[in-house]
Design a protein around this ligand. Structure first.
Ligand SMILES: Nc1ncnc2c1ncn2[C@@H]1O[C@H](COP(=O)(O)OP(=O)(O)OP(=O)(O)O)[C@@H](O)[C@H]1O
Ligand SMILES: [Zn+2]
Length: 640
């Protein structure tokens, strides 16, 4: 099928959607209701939001009648302006279910299964993906996209990936071993800010917002040493030409956020901010005093910072407490209008206290060791960030913002445009047809741009790139599938019986693919505490892929885990033919089949520092850099 992407740019991309559920005329596709190859193909659509609604409508009208749609969310009133399968009466209902019903209303012969769940749930493992001829992503976050990417690679099912951001859009096709995968090229991080700007010298509202989100994580979320909120005593600007560089913030002001100090019997004991706050029962005024008074006092002591800047003014909880809080907004005012008002400092102080208490009790409901995840749509989390951002802004003489504006900035929200979604959904179907028509070589990446290119086009097709040979997800590595009991198999059994026993590894390092979680380390003692924990206790599920890399040999592989049959008498079953795997290892001239006592000394080229060299072994403890866990939420603004 010849596909022409040449849409003229003169009309621009904005405007209302070309197609809504109420204006669906007869489709141009000759295959409609023919029950031909498109109708028979079993297709998974992941996400039933902005792109997904358009896509589902296109699919059924184009003749795709064997569909499974999955979406974890329910319909929000804010979806209705662009997700045309949904109406006001559906608010609160499952997106997948309502999308299915809406599609069946104009195509009753379609066979559509709706699943209200996350595609990342362990219930949708390799076997689930293998039942489809094609997977179509209509998602909005990196974590889910990466997950589907990996599952499709593992199941060898083609994937059409897509995304929109305002007027911009993209569609691409991912085929194992043929094209780039979603993770072949690193994705740019959201805009970042220098740590010392965030911690010491904010000058714009966004700096205060980022700081507040970090404070949220320090107190309630997943703590990250790169998300310090305390004054940065090592700020080069503060220490310029100083004989005695600024020392750690003094204990009296307890200014080291991740490691607040407490004197015990004359010794300084460092405890985490979370622990410090918990010990205080999250007493809001005490928290306020530390972050907005004591820490600011400490910043003032770094005098060089303020020689050319206006110095911050600490804010005292005790005097604020004496001020009367604002009147509540007018009773008749809608929530949205309240959201657009800029809160006074008294109001911020009040909201700070109430949101700390609300988040404290949300955290208390979590399992031990678990944490909250910042979400712009969580009222307490958003209130906390609004209050903290504005208080910090006031301290640094930065203009305060409304909750609405802070939400846009904190969530990095780009308005969704229905037309963009409609164009992209149309392109997804074109790529789907090419794949199912066995013309995958004609597939393209297509970009929807805001400004026409020199040829006057806003839809720009490009050749698909070949896979990145260094991609840690799709690069060619031996793949071994093993069936085992995730409930019973411990890390020790995995290491001793499977990796060392059956697969002849010597010093395996094992990481959950793409997650950066190291399960087994060849570094002595690093993971021994986990040896008796089961695979399930690490959240591993059927279909999980482990990256196994032998520190002492030129030998690495991907290990696919599958649940073994309940009545199996065997502890595990390797279900891949591994004879070739062994032969390759033996034939490899530079691979030393040494043991831990006889480590290899002749390192294969290209292995670089990753392999432990015998002569260095004792002297240099080589530590693998833990892969950073990229945030689930592309919307997060983060700092370097
Ligand atoms: N892990 C996942 N499993 C299944 N569906 C997912 C998953 N992650 C995201 N989705 C769904 O993908 C869809 C993406 O659609 P869209 O980008 O329009 O987002 P939205 O949530 O509807 O809109 P907005 O974020 O602008 O409020 C959403 O319906 C979302 O629920
Ligand atoms: Zn890749």
């Amino acid at each position: 099928m010849a596909v022409d992407y040449s849409v003229s740019g003169t009309r621009g991309a904005a405007g209302s959607s070309a197609s809504s559920s109420s204006s669906m005329g007869p489709p141009a596709w000759g295959v409609r209701r023919s029950r031909g190859w498109a109708g028979e193909a079993s297709v998974l659509m992941v996400g039933a939001g902005g792109i997904g609604c358009e896509l589902l409508k296109n699919l059924v009208l184009a003749g795709f009648h064997q569909l499974v749609i999955i979406d974890l969310d329910t319909i929000d009133v804010t979806n209705l302006n662009r997700q045309f399968l949904f109406q006001k009466r559906h608010v609160g209902q499952s997106k997948a279910q309502v999308a299915r019903e809406a599609a069946l209303a104009f195509c009753p012969e379609a066979n559509i299964r709706a699943i209200h769940d996350s595609i990342m749930s362990p219930d949708y493992g390799l076997e689930f993906f293998q039942q489809f001829q094609l997977v179509l992503n209509a998602l909005d976050n990196r974590a889910a996209r990466s997950h589907v990417n990996r599952m499709c690679l593992a199941a060898n099912v083609p994937l059409v990936e897509s995304g929109t951001a305002g007027y911009l859009g993209q569609v691409t096709v991912i085929r194992k071993g043929v094209t780039e995968c979603y993770e072949c090229t690193p994705k740019p991080h959201a805009k970042t800010f220098p740590g010392c700007t965030i911690r010491n010298t904010p000058s714009e509202p966004i700096h205060c917002i980022v700081w507040s989100k970090h404070l949220f994580n320090q107190l309630f979320g997943e703590t990250d040493p790169d998300e310090e909120v305390s004054p940065d005593a090592a700020d080069p600007e503060a220490n310029e030409k100083t004989e005695t560089p600024a020392s750690d913030p003094p204990e009296a002001v307890s200014a080291d956020s991740s490691e607040s100090k407490h004197a015990q019997n004359g010794n300084v004991v460092r405890i985490s901010t979370r622990q410090w706050a918990q010990d205080l029962g999250y007493e809001p005024k005490a928290l306020f005093q530390k972050f907005f008074f004591d820490d600011i006092q400490y910043l003032l002591s770094m005098e060089k910072l303020w020689s050319k800047r206006k110095a911050p003014v600490p804010m005292d909880a005790h005097s604020l407490a004496l001020q009367a809080p604002d009147e509540p907004p007018n009773k008749g005012q809608s929530f949205d209008i309240q959201d657009q008002a800029v809160w006074s400092i008294a109001k911020c102080f009040e909201v700070f206290q109430s949101s700390v208490l609300a988040l404290k009790s949300e955290l208390a409901q979590k399992a031990e060791g678990d944490h909250l995840v910042w979400d712009k749509d969580d009222e307490a989390a958003m209130n906390f960030v609004t209050a903290c951002s504005n208080i910090r802004a006031e301290i640094f003489h930065i203009r305060r913002q409304s909750r609405f504006d802070i939400k846009s900035m904190a969530g990095n929200i780009i308005p969704a445009i229905a037309t963009t979604n409609a164009v992209i959904a149309g392109l997804i179907v074109l790529e789907a047809f090419k794949i199912l028509a066995h013309q995958p070589d004609t597939c393209k990446t297509a970009f929807l741009t805001r400004k026409p290119n020199p040829r006057g086009k806003i839809l720009v097709p490009c050749q698909l790139n070949a896979p990145n040979p260094k991609c840690y997800v799709c690069a060619d590595k031996p793949e071994v599938s093993v069936k085992l009991s995730l409930e019973k198999t411990t890390l020790k059994m995995l290491e001793e019986k499977i990796l060392k026993g059956a697969l002849h590894m010597v010093a395996p390092d094992v990481e959950i693919m793409g997650k950066g979680v190291i399960l087994i380390s060849s570094e002595e003692g690093e993971t021994t505490a986990n040896a008796d924990k089961t695979l399930r206790s690490f959240g591993l599920t059927s279909g999980t892929i482990l990256e196994c890399d032998d520190f002492l040999q030129n030998y690495n592989l991907k290990l696919f885990l599958f649940d073994i049959e309940e009545d199996s008498e065997e502890e595990f079953k390797i279900i891949t033919d591994i004879s070739e795997l062994k032969a390759k290892d033996e034939d490899e001239p530079k691979t030393n089949e040494g043991t831990a006592d006889q480590p290899q000394t002749d390192e294969p080229e290209g292995q670089g520092d990753r392999k432990r060299k015998a002569e260095h072994e004792a002297a240099i403890p080589i530590k693998k850099k833990k892969v950073e866990i990229v945030s689930d939420n592309q919307d997060l603004v983060c700092i370097d």
